[in-house]
Design a binder for this molecule. Structure first.
Ligand code: IMP
Ligand code: MG
Length: 184
């Protein structure tokens, strides 16, 4: 069985290739290293969709940096947000006085990150910023702009590189558009 035979009937097309991902990751990591140089930075991975992006980005940061992990309520097997954000797993360490950078896979309605940004600013973080691999601005429900973004994408449901549909496809090495018949 070739590397991707198991999912090729479910995928409409590749949206962002491995090559594009790798070169954008190099640029983003260089920018973050420059912007946060000399600052007490903690990068917070928003589980689980961000785990691949987070790891690839984190290992490219060329300065001292801490990491932490949080988890919010997910979409379950639906492709639309319920609009309610719940914190399922909090960060392990206090963020007071630290520069927080949330690492997100995709910003859709913006509800998750808008909730998290407010919550962590209230904890006394020195700054709270957001990096997202993908941005789907067409679906925004709240006014939220990521501070750093990998790729702006059209309003289509994507999987791979950490992103799932019903917990599947996270291990695809590139960002792909899922066929509509898979989830409709
Ligand atoms: P928001 O609160 O609506 O911005 O939701 C963001 C979260 O929804 C992301 O972190 C993803 O986990 C999930 N999500 C949104 N759009 C997609 C998609 O196209 N594919 C997979 N997950 C998505
Ligand atoms: Mg996510």
């Amino acid at each position: 069985m070739s590397k991707m035979d198991w999912m090729k009937n479910d995928i409409d097309r590749v949206l962002v290739s491995e090559e594009e991902l790798n070169s954008r990751l190099d640029e983003l990591a260089a920018k973050i290293t420059e912007d946060y140089n000399g600052k007490d930075l903690v990068m917070i991975c928003v589980l689980k969709g961000s785990v691949v992006f987070f790891s690839e980005l984190f290992k490219r940061i060329n300065m001292p940096v801490a990491c932490d992990f949080i988890s919010t309520s997910s979409y379950g097997s639906s492709t639309k947000s319920s609009g309610v954000v719940r914190l399922l797993k909090d960060a392990d360490s206090p963020v007071q006085g630290k520069h927080v950078l949330f690492v997100e896979d995709i910003i859709d309605s913006g509800l998750t990150l808008s909730y998290l940004s407010r919550n962590f600013a209230d904890r006394g973080a020195a700054s709270v910023k957001i990096i997202t691999l993908l941005d789907k601005p067409a679906r925004r429900k709240v006014d939220l702009k990521p501070d750093y973004c990998g790729f702006v994408i059209p309003d289509e449901f994507v999987v791979g590189y950490g992103l799932d549909y019903d917990e599947k496809y996270r291990n695809l090495p590139e960002v792909c558009v899922l066929k509509k018949e898979v989830y409709q």
